[in-house]
Write a protein that binds this ligand. Structure first.
Ligand code: PLP
Ligand code: COI
Length: 341
């Protein structure tokens, strides 16, 4: 399929309407066969459960063009698994894993012209989502759902690409101590919007959220997990029940250990420790690994030795290895790469 006429190198992280999307409906206790459609709009009742009570969950993954011209996705089985966990938490039906992977494959193939070429710096972001669509006015789950997948070509999540960003510590939380921080539900992102815009108005790129119970431990940002590197080269990543179990972070932990021979600690990280780390990065599908240069806590600045100009050396190695695996330059662990074509 001929590539679309897009300025791949200048894409930001924004929606571009592509040709086809997938839709399947749950009704009377079962999913229908599912289909691709050109219709990018959704018509629903004013009283749809998703509109009134935010019953919606989603996923995010990417398709990559490899060095040898294949189109692949990265660990889509884990997105299917996490979507199932998110759905179960919000009393929604589960979309089967094999059908999830098949639907991702169909959407990418049908929009092949939008898959950015190798080396362009852009990728195809794939957004599976599910929501309660029938009318609900008393608080209860919907009985009818749509599962959809659309895709959109994207560039870097943060303007400036690999330039280190500045975070501030948020006073407001994105999650509750025994809430939904560990699933990918739209409601968590709604929770983060006010403090995100407040951070932007104050000149910061993103928020660092602390644990909602005590505000002493590092959690994550609005859209990515944290990775730190100690002065003696250990990788440290926060463990918490109220953060999203990032597929990128879990993959980077393996990459650090198995490919780079680094020591990795997955544990609670006190905010007090952050000033002693040598490097800091945000990891996620959209963020890939975005270096953090500075974190500001009510006027107190933590400036990482890696500085504001480039990634620190260990974060750079992790970035190069992960993206090398995703783009087919480095051999992947078994099962990580799902070939589309
Ligand atoms: N944390 C949050 C809140 C996110 O929205 C995301 C994005 O998916 C991540 C972490 C990173 O997760 P993943 O690496 O699976 O994309
Ligand atoms: C992702 O990395 O896939 C995300 O969902 C982060 C953000 C765009 C919500």
């Amino acid at each position: 399929m001929e590539k679309k006429n897009i300025d791949w190198g200048n894409l930001g992280f924004a929606y571009v309407k592509t040709d086809k999307r997938y839709v399947s409906t749950w009704k009377d206790g079962a999913w229908d066969a599912g289909t691709l459609t050109e219709d990018a709009t959704i018509t629903m009742s004013e009283c749809a459960c998703v509109l009134q009570y935010a019953q919606t969950v989603f996923e995010g993954l990417k398709a990559y063009t490899t060095e040898d011209g294949r189109i692949v996705t990265f660990r889509p089985d884990l997105n299917a698994e996490r979507l199932a966990q998110s759905a179960a938490r919000l009393e929604m039906p589960v979309f089967p894993q094999d059908r999830f992977i098949d639907a991702v494959t169909q959407v990418v193939k049908a929009n092949e012209g939008f898959v950015p070429p190798y080396g362009s710096g852009a990728t195809l972001y794939i957004r599976p989502f599910m929501f309660g669509i029938n009318e609900v006015i008393g608080v209860k789950p919907a009985t009818e759902y749509q599962f959809r997948i659309f895709c959109t070509p994207v560039g870097p999540y943060f303007k400036g690409g690999a330039k280190p960003i500045t975070l501030r510590v948020s006073d407001l939380d994105r999650a509750a101590p025994h809430g939904t921080g560990n699933i990918k539900a739209g409601l968590n992102y709604a929770m983060s919007l006010h403090t995100l815009m407040d951070a932007h108005r104050a000149g910061y790129d993103e928020n660092m959220f602390l644990d909602p119970a005590t505000h002493t431990k590092v959690e994550e940002t609005g859209g990515a997990n944290f990775l730190f590197v100690t002065k003696d080269g250990k990788v440290v990543t926060p463990k918490s029940n109220s953060i999203l179990p990032s597929i990128t972070r879990r993959s980077l932990v393996s990459v650090a250990k198995e490919y780079l021979g680094l020591e990795v600690e997955e544990r609670e990280v006190l905010f007090e420790e952050v000033k002693d780390f040598a490097e800091c990065g945000l990891c996620g599908t959209a963020a890939v690994i975005s270096p953090v240069g500075k974190i500001v806590d009510h006027g107190n600045e933590i400036c990482f030795p890696s500085g504001m100009e480039k990634m620190g050396p260990t974060i750079q190695k992790l970035y190069d290895t992960l993206t090398g695996i995703q783009m087919g330059r480095i051999e992947a662990p078994t099962g990580w790469i799902h070939e589309i074509k």
